[in-house]
Write a protein that binds this ligand. Sequence first.
Ligand SMILES: *Cc1c(COP(=O)(O)O)cnc(C)c1O
Length: 488
Amino acid sequence: MSDINFPEGGQSEQEVLNQLEGFKAKDVPWKTGKVMAYIYATDPAVKALAEKAYAHFFTENGLDPSAFPSLLQLEREVVSAVAQLLGGSKETAGNCTSGGTESVMLAIKSARDYARDKYPAIKEPEVVIPSTAHPCFHKAGHYLGVKMVSVAVSAETFKADVADMEAAITEQTIMLVGSAPSYAHGVLDPIEGIAALAQKHELLCHVDACVGGMYLPFLRMLGEEVPAFDFEVAGVTSMSCDLHKFGYVPKGCSTILYRDKSLREYQFFASSLWPGYSIVNPTVLSSKTGGPMAGAWAMFQHFGKQGYQKAVQDCQAAKRQLEEGLAAIPQLKQLGKPIMGLVAFASTSDEISVFDLAERMKARGWYLQIQLASANSPQSIHVTITHFNAVHIPELVEDLKEVITDFEKEPSTTPELLQLFAPEQLQMLMADFSPDMLDTVEEMLGMETQGGLPDDMVLVNHVLNSLGPNERDTLLKAFVNRMFMAEQ
Ligand SMILES: *Cc1c(COP(=O)(O)O)cnc(C)c1O
């Protein structure tokens, strides 16, 4: 793999920690608060509490709750608290998982196995999802052999279209999905409509509140109008809610909830087919640390309803500032009407590419997440507003304005670059792409750093954007497969 040998050992604590810190040199500088994705940070004192709680349950093993009733109690309390927020009842059953992806995968697994049990005639189960559903649904389908039927959302509002979802229902359909809200545009799907449709056709209905589950309930407590999206809606049978996003808890913590435990039964795995300890896993992991759950429990005690409401209030104020700022920049256009601080915007000008814009903002210390064009959503920039980065939003707006003006003085060089590398050539190459052709593709893109990313991602993003989803995925997989190999 590389010339890195297994360590001889014996380094001092300081040496070890210094090296670890050194690894971070090229990371996005999240501590500045100018990183508008991936990070759900808290101030240092709160972080210290989460770290202590995590460390407290660092060694205990969630493999066997009978050996560690402490972990069982933590999980029960965390899950009950979340269930209460999301309109649950005494019947609501759930578990903590490693993240939203795992929560969704478990929801799909339960639905698949429920259908196998109740509707054996269904041989190739299908789940109808809006095109804005998180890719973890496709991942679940890929892992579990369940077909995801993606239905285009409105090109105007980016909300799921209930009538189009109904048209996608077949004899093989087992479940419908809605997002509360979607990540890309932050818009809330019509959950009541989707759930009613599920009831009409006797289907399960999953609400993905991974990003909104720890936000929308507090928004409602603040007196804002939030359409019904949780177990309050009769047809909703399961929900996913991440704690490691707007719960501000250590990464590795999400929840999967079911209206009652009869559906959760299909989530479990047990095996007595070996001579070792008895295995019964409610979730995917077997051995696992109690750290994330303890961190979640501690953050719930620390923030409480009041603290989370305050966090949401800060985010909403910043969201309004960003939306007003965007409305005053004619070269930019917001996509949809987000219910929370997940704001997407596109360019209205041929002269300004959002990829170039993100790159120029990077030079000013901002990290803005780019979103490639997909179905009826154009290429865009996504901003996740958290209570940590919210105070920087006015400055972000000012910098956006300045950078937009800069384009007049210094136009984008991307159109010329794109001409140089001839898109038809890439299309042809991609038609029968194999991973050993990666070097050729990279050369065409002027990427010299083998295995690394170029400092300027504009051209790469434009090329990816010009490819279809399958070609993009092929290229990205080949690239990342090598990225984990390469010596830097
Ligand atoms: C983040 C997210 C997920 C996936 O969660 P991970 O914790 O990254 O696995 C699923 N759905 C939505 C809407 C999300 O925002």
